[in-house]
Ligand binder design. Structure first.
Ligand SMILES: [Zn+2]
Length: 311
């Protein structure tokens, strides 16, 4: 027979045994563990699928640890019982790269003037408030950026990013150069200039009553301005245009070219009986004894232009 204290000892032992059994009932069985998703897309922040263990409560019976759960790749979830009395249960989920088109892409400029070299605006890519790093998160390439028109910046995802995004920018044509007079008459002026790469059209402007007005446009590098008055000075300038479907890109204006039209037969000029030149009214070569005649008369008599008053 056991004495009283021995009996108490047995009871305590049995109680302890039952308690241990009760605790071991918290043991986490692999088949009872579930997670609420097993694939996710990269967000730049830690991703934590919710873990469920049948019949048990997180914090009270078990705790969950996540690793490798920010970057694209396989993330690990470890489920351990609070007493650390059974093996860790592992679960995995995949973080997939995010399409780069979800990022905000900004170019340092969206319009520029062609300068003979390829144009390359710099690119800033921001995702969820963070500035991404070229080379690590994306690569940049350019297309159609060596002439005027619509150019492309292609941003290709890398690492945590996939896919590609395209941004556009515009290159205006170069300034028109070498604007010259090819031919002039008493009523017309024919202008020429150098070809501008990428230009689809040229616009010729004439200065009229204090304002620049469009005189006409051409696809060629030559244009004749008509209906001008004889012996009058005109000012012209030209700019290149690159016409796109949705937009027109204008180059800078050429320098201003001043041209005086030729005399017409009825224009009045001045001759002196002794000389063989014809002059304008105020020419210092013929202050006295001048005679007003028509240009056609002077020409018929063999008079030629005075170099001081005619260019
Ligand atoms: Zn003169």
């Amino acid at each position: 027979m056991l004495n009283r204290s021995a009996k108490q000892g047995v009871v305590i032992f049995l109680l302890a045994f039952c308690f241990t059994l009760a605790v071991s009932a918290y043991n986490i069985s692999d088949k009872d563990v579930s997670i609420d998703f097993d694939t996710a897309i990269y967000t730049g922040r830690a991703i934590c699928p919710e873990v469920n263990v049948r019949h048990l409560t997180e914090g009270k019976n078990y705790f969950v640890t996540y690793t490798n759960n920010v970057n694209a790749g396989r993330a690990v979830i470890m489920v351990d019982d609070v007493n650390d009395s059974c093996p860790t249960v592992y679960r995995y989920f995949d973080i997939l790269p995010c399409n780069i088109s979800n990022a905000e892409i900004k170019l340092s400029y969206t319009e520029a003037t062609f300068s003979g070299k390829s144009k390359k605006p710099s690119v800033t890519v921001t995702f969820n408030g963070k500035v991404l790093k070229e080379g690590r998160d994306y690569t940049v390439s350019y297309k159609n950026n060596k002439k005027s028109g619509k150019a492309q910046v292609i941003v290709k995802g890398k690492g945590n990013f996939c896919g590609e995004a395209v941004k556009y920018f515009y290159i205006r044509p170069e300034k028109v150069k070498s604007l010259k007079v090819k031919k002039k008459t008493s009523g017309t002026v024919t202008l020429t200039w150098s070809r501008v790469t990428g230009a689809t059209e040229y616009r010729v402007y004439r200065y009229v009553n204090g304002k620049w007005k469009l005189a006409g446009s051409t696809e060629k590098t030559q244009f004749t301005v008509k209906k001008l008055s004889s012996d009058k000075e005109y000012k012209f300038r030209v700019r290149a245009v690159c016409k796109l479907k949705s937009k027109k890109l204008y180059g800078r204006y050429s320098k201003v070219l001043r041209v005086r039209t030729r005399l017409s037969g009825n224009d009045k000029i001045y001759i002196s009986p002794k000389g063989n030149k014809y002059h304008r009214k105020n020419c210092s070569y013929i202050k006295t004894n001048k005679k007003k005649v028509t240009y056609s008369y002077a020409k018929s008599k063999g008079y030629t232009a005075c170099s001081r008053c005619f260019d």
